[in-house]
Design a binder for this molecule. Structure first.
Ligand SMILES: Cc1cc2nc3c(=O)[nH]c(=O)nc-3n(C[C@H](O)[C@H](O)[C@H](O)COP(=O)(O)O)c2cc1C
Length: 192
């Protein structure tokens, strides 16, 4: 058994990538606003390494407002067919512009246009309005590359705590928890 939580994450994630039917990289992102009121939604993990876990979104969305007020978040993976859960907690920060640019450039053109067309989390009067906006940005960037919108980019969660939950018979589940200790990690177990 690994005592490096990133190595253990990689083992579980690699397995999930090959076994889960849909969106094995989907994770719940929990945030809280300035008053401490929580909200949660799914986002897609687009990269991870020892620095942390990266996702991309609109930086003027509701979640972005929460993150500006309170940069502490929790992430949750649940892979149903594997009966496994991973909980990650820590502070969040923007990824670099270069990293956001590189990821944006790798997206499909339709997704790139969608990032320009969507005022994520703000009220929309009708689907037709959204489709018109999409058509307008399509025409605007016709024949050229679509640049990354200034309001769109990545966030990286730096883990301070990672917990691996493994289903066991008779509900005697296993919980391994890693907390940061200096440059390394302290490992422990929790009652299920
Ligand atoms: C499986 C799944 C994956 C999603 N991935 C993302 C994502 O990577 N980025 C994103 O901005 N929204 C993603 N969404 C949409 C979000 O859940 C959410 O509706 C949106 O980001 C607005 O959230 P907010 O109003 O709290 O900011 C995803 C939804 C689902 C169901």
């Amino acid at each position: 058994m690994s005592t490096d939580p990133f190595a253990l994450f990689q083992t579980w994630y690699t397995e999930a990538r090959s076994t889960e039917l849909n969106d094995s990289n989907a994770m719940a992102l929990a945030t809280a606003d300035a008053e401490g009121r929580p909200s949660v939604r799914m986002v897609l993990l687009k990269g991870y390494d020892e620095r942390g876990f990266v996702f991309y979104t609109n930086r003027e969305s509701r979640k972005a407002g929460d993150l500006a007020a309170n940069p502490h978040v929790a992430l949750l993976f649940h892979w149903k067919s594997l009966r496994r859960q991973i909980r990650i907690e820590g502070p969040i920060a923007f990824v670099s512009d270069a990293e956001s640019d590189a990821y944006f450039a790798s997206r499909s053109r339709d997704s790139q246009l969608g990032a320009w067309a969507s005022d994520q989390s703000r009220p929309l009067d009708s689907r037709a309005t959204f489709e018109e906006r999409y058509e307008a940005v399509r025409a605007r960037f016709e024949g050229g590359a679509v640049p990354r919108p200034p309001h769109w980019g990545g966030y990286r969660v730096t883990p301070e705590r990672i917990e691996f939950w493994l289903d066991r018979e008779h509900r005697l589940h296993e919980r391994r928890v890693f907390t940061r200790a200096g440059d390394g990690w302290r490992e422990g177990m929790l009652y299920p």
